[in-house]
Write a protein that binds this ligand. Structure first.
Ligand code: UDP
Length: 470
């Protein structure tokens, strides 16, 4: 049959890094293994030539439509990421309506699948009678949090950090209020109002895809699946982690790693936009030095006001200027510092890499698991504190540094946790567990695996819906 006769799925990736790859992987699997064709709706404002060429290289049966430019100049500079997301998605509504309506006429459209922030587009899909789903690009623990927070909001009034008891989500570790999603840390903000609306919207999805797998979080995944009448159907389809084949290495990190002993290097990196304060940068530097361990550190310019410099991670300043005097020289025999960006997947895949000090972004976490590298948790924003709880106390693949009341990790505590991960007993246990999870991830995606099974279930339902409509 020709591509236009295949059942068709429309995907939408919201602005910001990190959502497009896993969504594209979902599309590719549905196209290659289950007989669908697909279209990506993309935001012209936020797309780059790299993104466009990535999408066009996926598969001949996957096309893309870039939505008309959305004016956002009334959003003040320095506005929170949530404000940008909310405006971009809600202003895209008429364009998404046009795109979906035309896809409905020209294809056999069976579903609309935006990523986790696409809830404001559901009314349009409903209007056009297109079944609508969510691709939740984080894990089951966070998804349960999204599904349950609206009821906690109804029954409590204090800021969550002042809750007397941790939040108990089914099948999950107790979650202290201070570790909640960063957007929920101030209930008076517009960002919080928006995220609550997003969370409530999940209940009107026909299904939710999650970028995780059963063995990673058995309790949470079981809770989601067992409560069939309470939540929309949940499909655990991951882990989709970036293969990193196209990564370039302008600072020659990989050549440097080639010179280091097996499993001896700690990779230190805070995602696509994470930044530290000046004081924390200094403590981390002295701590790495005192640990005596080898390290490869992606250094960003410090920023005291914002933990995430999403849209300008490449600041014009040289980040290395902010390191303590003489640090680079003193650690030259066992440390490498690179400004702003490293080929993370290739670094994690390198035999010399033995640990990852990470902000616990979900993509970074899955990349670490997929390469069997144990972690040190250093959460900064979004759902990263929740991820850290799960990685340390649940999956057992990460160690947590001692943190002061004000959030600072002091140099001595940096040195202790780094030595423990790279050279201690607890590090050994975490390394063993992450290697087990690495195996489990491979088998989840195999033709007999749980993630393949869940995807097949969703695909079969869509296929049947086409047959019924003929
Ligand atoms: N990344 C990279 N090099 C860097 C920093 C980040 O390639 O120096 C990539 C990383 O491999 C991951 C993504 O950027 O795929 C970050 O996604 P994540 O969900 O971990 O965090 P976010 O950037 O969304 O906070």
């Amino acid at each position: 049959s020709t591509t236009s006769q295949l059942p068709h799925i429309a995907f939408l990736s919201s602005p910001g890094m990190g959502h497009l790859f896993p969504l594209a992987e979902l599309a590719k699997r549905l196209v290659c293994h289950h007989g669908f064709s697909a279209t990506f709706l993309t935001f012209t404002n936020f797309s780059s030539p790299k993104q466009s060429s990535f999408l066009s290289s996926l598969h001949p049966a996957i096309s893309s439509i870039s939505l008309p430019f959305i004016p956002l100049d009334d959003i003040p500079t320095g506005a929170p990421i949530e404000a940008i997301l909310e405006a971009a998605v809600s202003r895209a509504v008429p364009h998404v309506r046009d795109a979906l309506a035309s896809l409905k006429q020209t294809t056999r459209l069976v579903a609309f699948v935006p990523d986790l922030f696409g809830v404001d587009l559901f009314p349009v899909a409903k209007e056009l009678s297109i079944p609508h789903y969510i691709f939740f690009t984080s894990n089951c623990f966070s998804l349960l949090f999204f599904l349950q927070l609206p009821s906690l909001d109804m029954t409590t009034t204090c800021e969550y950090r002042d809750l007397p008891e941790p939040f108990l989500l089914p099948g999950c570790l107790p979650l202290p209020g201070k570790d909640f999603l960063s957007t929920a840390m101030d209930r008076k903000t517009d960002a919080y109002t928006w995220i609550l609306r997003v969370m409530r919207g999940y209940y009107s999805a026909q299904g939710i895809f999650v970028n995780s797998f059963e063995k990673m979080e058995p309790g949470a995944s079981e809770a989601l699946k067992n409560e069939k009448n309470k939540y929309p159907p949940v499909y655990l389809v991951g882990p989709y982690s970036r293969p990193g084949l196209d990564e370039s290495d302008e600072f020659h990190c990989l050549d440097w790693l080639d010179q280091q002993p097996k499993s001896s290097v700690l990779f230190v990196s805070f995602g696509s936009g994470g930044t530290l304060s000046m004081k924390q940068t200094t403590e981390l530097a002295f701590g790495l030095e005192a640990s005596g361990q080898r390290f490869l550190w992606v250094v960003r310019c410090p920023s005291d006001k914002d933990m995430a410099a999403f849209f300008d991670a490449q600041s014009p300043d040289d980040p290395l200027n902010y390191l303590p005097d003489g640090f680079v020289e003193r650690t030259a025999d066992r440390g490498m510092v690179v400004p702003s960006w490293a080929p993370q997947v290739k670094v994690l895949a390198h035999v010399a890499t033995g640990g990852f000090l990470s902000h616990c972004g979900w993509n970074s976490t899955l990349e670490s698991v997929s390469q069997g590298v144990p972690m040190i948790t250093w959460p900064l924003y979004a759902e990263q504190r929740m991820n850290a709880v799960m990685l340390v106390d649940g999956a057992g693949i990460a160690l947590r540094p001692v943190t002061q009341e004000d959030g600072l990790v002091e140099r001595g505590d940096v040195a202790t946790v780094v030595k423990e991960l790279m050279d201690g007993e607890r590090g050994k246990v975490a390394r063993h567990k992450v290697k087990e999870l690495q195996e489990a991830a491979i088998s989840a995606l195999s033709p007999e695996g749980s993630s393949h099974f869940d995807l097949t279930k969703a695909a079969d339902q869509w296929m049947n819906s086409v047959k019924e409509s003929i």
